[in-house]
Design a protein. Sequence first.
Lengths: 403, 291
Amino acid sequence: MNIHEYQGKEILKSYGVAIQEGIVAKSPEEATEAAKKLNEQTGTEWFVVKAQIHAGGRGKGTVKETGSRGVVLAKSLAEVPVKAGAILGGTLETIQTGPAGKKVNQVLIAQDVYYPGDSEPKEFYMSVLLDRSTGKNVIMYSTEGGMDIETVAEETPEKIFKETIEPGMGLQPFQARKVAFNLGLSGQAMKQMVKFVNALYNAYEQTDSSMFEINPVLKTSDDKIIAVDAKVNLEDNALYRHPEFAELQDLSEEDPLEVEAGKHNLNYIRLDGNVGCMVNGAGLAMATMDMIKLSGGSPANFLDVGGTANATTVEAGFRLILQDPSVKAILVNIFGGIVRCDRVAQGIVDAYNNIGEVPVPIIVRLQGTNAEEAKKIIDDSGLKVYPATPLEEAAELVKSVLN
Amino acid sequence: MSVLVNNNSRVIVQGFTGKEGTFHSEQMIAYGTNVVGGVTPGKGGQIHLDRPVFNTVAEAVAQAQANTSIIFVPPAFGADAIMEAADAGIEVIICITEGIPVRDMTYAKDYIKNKNCRLVGPNCPGVITPGEAKVGIMPGLKKKKGRIGIVSKSGTLTYEAADQVVKAGLGVSTAIGIGGDPIIGTSTKDAVELLMNDPDTDGIVMIGEIGGQYEAEASRWIQSQGNPKPVVGFIAGQTAPKGKRMGHAGAIIGGKDDTAAAKMAIMRECGISVVDSPADIGKTMVAAMKA
C-alpha cells in the first residue's frame, strides 16, 4: 500500500526518525493556519509547500492549470496561501504520473531546513528494501542525494553503497557507523547519522514495510540529520498486523474500477488497451495479456479471478470490464484446476442474463477440470460467444474479432 | 527416479483438517500420493480422511515416518509451519500458502538454511511427478508421464505448459511450481539444476514472470553448464506496466532488469529457445527436442 509523504513522515517520526516537520492542509486558509503553527513550533520563517500525491518527481512536475511546480518555497507567511492555492485542486503532471497527471487534494506545509549555518547543508540518498536474490533486507545509500537513483546507478554506480542486514539479528552498530563514514560524515553529524539509520531500519522492520525511500536525507548546516522526503510502501500481506494503517489508504489516489474490484475480492488492474480479459491465475493472466498484444490488440486490464471463481465473482468481473468504454472485445481464459470450468461457464451465462445485452464480442476459452460440462452449459444457453479450446485458437479469434 | 516427489514420498499435510487442506488431501490421495497423515495442533489423536492427525510435525515424523510435507495453513502461521517442518527433519517442504508477510519469510529462510531440507514455495502450486505423486494443488496429470521437466512461478501457466507439451506428443517428468512470492525456497536455477541432473528428464520448460532476477540467474547457469538439455522459456508480463503488482506479490517491475524484455534477452543470449506467445510452448519444445 502506498501512502502520502506526510503520512510516511508521521510513521517515521513515531519511531524516532528525525524529519522535516510539516502540517498537511486542504485549502489556502488551512495552509496559512498550518504555516503559523509551524512557525510557533519550529521558528521557521520560510515554508515549503509540497503537493501530496502518490507519485514522485513533484519538484520538477508542473500543475497544468497554473504552471506552478509541485514543490515550491514560500518566503513569507503571506506567500503561503497564494502558493498553496496554485497547487491545490490542480492537476500535477510529473515524470511518474504520465500525461494525465494527478489531482492534488492536499499540500504539506513544511519547515525550511536549508537554512545557513556553520557548515554547508548536504543531501544524501537512502532506501531500505528487500534484496530478493538473498532474501535479506538491504540499506542502499548514496552521496548523490536529491537525484533519481536509477540515473545514479547507471552513470556512477560506485557512488551507491549497500549494507545487507542479517534477518533476526537486525542492523548492527558497526553497520550504522559504516553508513555514516561512507557518506563522508564526522563528529556530531556522524553520530546523528548513526542514530538516524538505526531508527530508520527499526521503523522499516516494525511496520512491515516493503520499501522506504528517503530522498533526500539532509545534513543541515547545524549537523542534524533529517528525512526531507519519505516514500513509504507498506506490505499488503502484513497489514493485518497493523490495523492502525488501514485509515492511511487514500482511495482518491486509486483507479475507481480497481477500488470497486477490491470490494469483490477481484484482483483487477486497469490498463489502456481495447481487449478486456478475465483469467484464473496471475501468471496465466499476464500471459493472456501478452497474447492479446501479439494478436494485434492491446490489453484493457489485468484480471485474476483467482482460485475460487464462481458465478458471482465472474459476473462481477464482467461488469467491471464492461465499465471501461475502450473495451472492444473480451477474452475469458480459464484453465481449470481448482477452479472448475462449469462454475465459470455458469457465471458467464448468469452475467449475460443479468446484464442484458453485452455490447462486445466475447471469446471464451475453457480448458481443464470439467471443461466438457462447461462447454455444454454454454452451448445450451444459446449465447453468442466464440468458443476456443487451444490457446492458439483463442489468439486467432482475438485477431478476427478485432478486424 | 524424477525429482523432489515420487513413490517414496511419505507426505504429511500441515493444516490437514482445514477446508483447503481437506479438499486437496482428498485430491492427492485420489491421485495415489502416499499421504501418511496430517498435522493440526490440538487435534492430535483424531482420524481424518482415514489417516492419523498429529499435534506436531515431529510426531508425524516419528510415528508415520513422514519425509515430505505440504503446507495449507493460513498466511499468519505459514513461516512458523515451514520452520516446524524443517526442525522436525522433513526433507521436502512444499508451502502452498499465499500471503505470508515478507518479514516472516526472511526469518524462515534464514532459519532453514542449515537444516537438511528443501523448501518449495511459498505461494506455489506444488510439485507433481506424473504417475507417482502429486504434492500440490494442480489438476492431475496422470496419463502424462514423459521426459519434459517444467519449472514455473505460476500455477495455471504450469497446467497450460503441461497441456501443450502433452498435446504435442511429449509428456512430463516432473513439474515444479516454485511460487510467485518475493522470497521463495527454491529458485528457478535450483529447480532447473534438479531437472538437468535428473536422468528421466530430457528437456525443460522454464516459465517466469516480471520481477526479480531468478530467470537471468538460471539462464546464465544453464549456459555455464554448456546447455546440456534443450530449454524452452517464456516470461509472462511483456505488457505489464511499471510499478504495479500483477497478482503475485513478486510480480512487479521496479527497475529495468525486472522487465520481461530484459529477461527474455538474457535467456536468448544464453541459448534458451524463448517464445513470445504462451501458445507456442508445446510446439517449440518439440522443435527443440529434434534440433
